[in-house]
Design a protein around this ligand. Sequence first.
Ligand code: UFG
Length: 328
Amino acid sequence: MNVLVTGGAGYIGSHIVKMLLEDNNHVITLDNLSKGHREAVVGGEFIKGDLNNIQELKNIIQTKKIEGVIHLAADSLVGESMQNPEKYYRNNVCNGLNLLAAMQDCGVDKLVFSSTAAVYGEPEKVPIAEDHPTRPTNTYGDSKLFFEKIMHRYHQIHGLKYVSLRYFNAAGADLSGKIGEAHNPETHLIPIVLQKALGQRDNLAIFGDDYATADGSCVRDYIHVSDLASAHGLALKALQQGKEKAIYNLGNGEGYSVKEVIETAREVTGLPIEAKIADRRAGDPAVLIASSVKIKEELHWEPKYPELEKIISSAWQWHRKGGFSENG
Ligand code: UFG
């Protein structure tokens, strides 16, 4: 299949591109490299470009004979989304509309969309299933939920076929050691813990130890990035086989606290990794755990690396090697 991956030079996108290539697809990565890395795209064709240019999108879809699209290009920092909402609505919603317009114009009707657990907001109960109320508590979550609603209407009105994948906490790195997580600035827990282990940062803060959880720190559902990638492959195949639309959560259904993550990282690295308790971070729910029963049942998705230890050791292999050479 000829697949366009927007945001394919990013952390999750690059793992999806690698998986699609291994599955014998012809892959065209479109990325403006505002946050992605050219080196992260391990094969296929690469185009540096932006979703704000509909004509360019149409040219790519036509000349490359695109049959399906995986759309990841987006801004994705919760904190930033509450300081600069326009950036999030413009990039994640308006630019997404450009992609839909170009697809429609060129007769491409299959879309896999990168969504987030942030669409749920503060959970009423865990594990969170797809029919849980969606009440985002930040602009990032809004922007992804708006796009889900847009896809739903385009399905009804224009016949768009789509799968929206709501990720919980993506972590880890491809076992080849060639690609992994390299955000700048880094805000995610596991890379920060490993940077502290490597002496690349002075402080590691546990944001709050007074939550209503077993050890007082926040609980999250970590999912290996390669397991996320495989779900995109299955979603695309389901659309090819006639699936009309679906929304799926992606997590392991298992929660780990911030303290447990740090403790596991100590075991994996054999290093002390000192951490200090700090204030809560605004907007953090105490517990986020996915129910991924639906995607297991309907698409037969099975995570290969559900264990936290495996997730952290794959990330450790990547961070210890020094990430991409372009950013050290
Ligand atoms: N944390 C710390 N110290 C740090 C960094 C994080 O204690 O230095 C804590 C956070 O407070 C949180 C947990 O570690 O409790 C995980 O934090 P991350 O920033 O790694 O991930 P989040 O759960 O905040 O964010 C993830 C995705 C977002 C998505 C969000 C949905 O990365 O894209 O889930 O709620 F929006």
